[in-house]
Design a protein around this ligand. Structure first.
Ligand code: C2E
Ligand code: MG
Ligand code: MG
Ligand code: MG
Length: 278
């Protein structure tokens, strides 16, 4: 499944191609050049408050390939993660976000950081340096890491997360529910937010286990004072159900697809969510 968010997009790098070492090298070289050639774009998708106003914007990278068209990060991030190319890409993303954050007054930009980047101290020095160079404050940003990274975190990775948090970044757990994160992790991890994976939101209407899971998570989040984002909200009904389950932030096509900076909305829906008895 390609969750690139683009209609009619095709997979350009398939598994078979990537299992070919020479082919992978070629794509890697192309990707490295793409950074210099300005072929990368950072699109933004709103994360909204219950009233539909943007609370933050998530930066999602795209590769505008001259021949292949707009390539999804799901396709090229795994290639970049095989080498330190991911560090270079991550730096490009954060620089772009620093340059763009002024366009979204009062909103944080949320960026995705790969578990591979967290394996090296450079993530902390890079963020610190880019902030100083751009004159931005870490408090204008959220760093999203996947649940899988958090549960497999070594003491070094935890130290880096603490250091980033010490700089002022908020840390959010992305795709929560897809990994093996026990509720007990939520007590010990240095986090400020949890993003519940879209698969749970999609199931809310017909799956009681999903409802109980999301509600329990939302209650824990409230006690720990962390924000709880429902990911992948596509319909008014999903919005209402996620709200009823206790989520306090929402993201998904219902509110807006990822879009270039100047098209990213700070206000989305106007309608009140359906009144449901919780
Ligand atoms: P993610 O961080 O979990 O981002 C959410 C993905 O779901 C995005 O796909 C977004 O376009 C898509 N999405 C949002 N709302 C909906 C919805 O209502 N329905 C559906 N079906 N999909 C929705 P995208 O942009 O293709 O990104 C895929 C993944 O690539 C991201 O998942 C993230 O893990 C990774 N990624 C994207 N940008 C970066 C980046 O700058 N650095 C790193 N390391 N990874 C990135
Ligand atoms: Mg994310
Ligand atoms: Mg996610
Ligand atoms: Mg995801």
């Amino acid at each position: 499944e390609s969750k690139a968010g683009g209609r009619g997009r095709v997979t350009v790098f398939d598994e078979e191609m990537l299992s070919d070492k020479r082919y992978r090298r070629l794509v890697e070289r192309e990707l490295r050049a793409a950074v210099y050639l300005g072929e990368l774009e950072l699109h933004y998708q709103p994360i909204v408050n219950p009233d539909g106003s943007a609370y933050a914007l998530e930066g999602l990278v795209r590769w505008r390939h001259p021949v292949r068209g707009l390539v999804s990060p799901a396709e090229f991030i795994p290639i970049a993660e095989r080498s330190t190319l991911i560090d270079m890409l991550g730096e490009w993303v954060f620089k772009r976000a620093c340059a763009d954050v002024g366009h979204f007054p009062g909103r944080r930009i949320s960026i995705n950081v790969s578990g591979e980047q967290l394996k090296r101290d450079e993530i902390v020095t890079m963020c610190d340096r880019v902030l100083r160079e751009s004159g931005r404050s870490a408090t204008q940003f959220i760093i999203e890491i996947t649940e899988t990274v958090a549960t497999a975190a070594t003491p070094e990775i935890l130290r880096r997360l603490e250091a980033l948090r010490g700089l002022g970044f908020h840390i959010a757990l992305d795709d929560f529910g897809t990994g093996h994160c026990g509720f007990n992790y939520l007590k010990t991890l240095p986090i400020d937010g949890i993003k519940i994976d879209r698969s749970y939101i999609r199931s809310l209407a017909h799956d009681q286990v999903a409802q109980i899971f999301v509600s329990a998570l939302a209650q824990i989040a409230r006690i720990q004072d962390v924000t709880i984002v429902a990911e992948g909200v596509e319909t008014q009904e999903e919005f209402a159900l996620a709200m009823a389950a206790g989520c306090n932030r929402f993201q998904g096509y219902f509110f807006g697809r990822p879009a270039p900076r100047d098209k990213a909305p700070l206000r989305t829906i106007d309608a009140e969510p359906l009144a449901l008895s919780a």
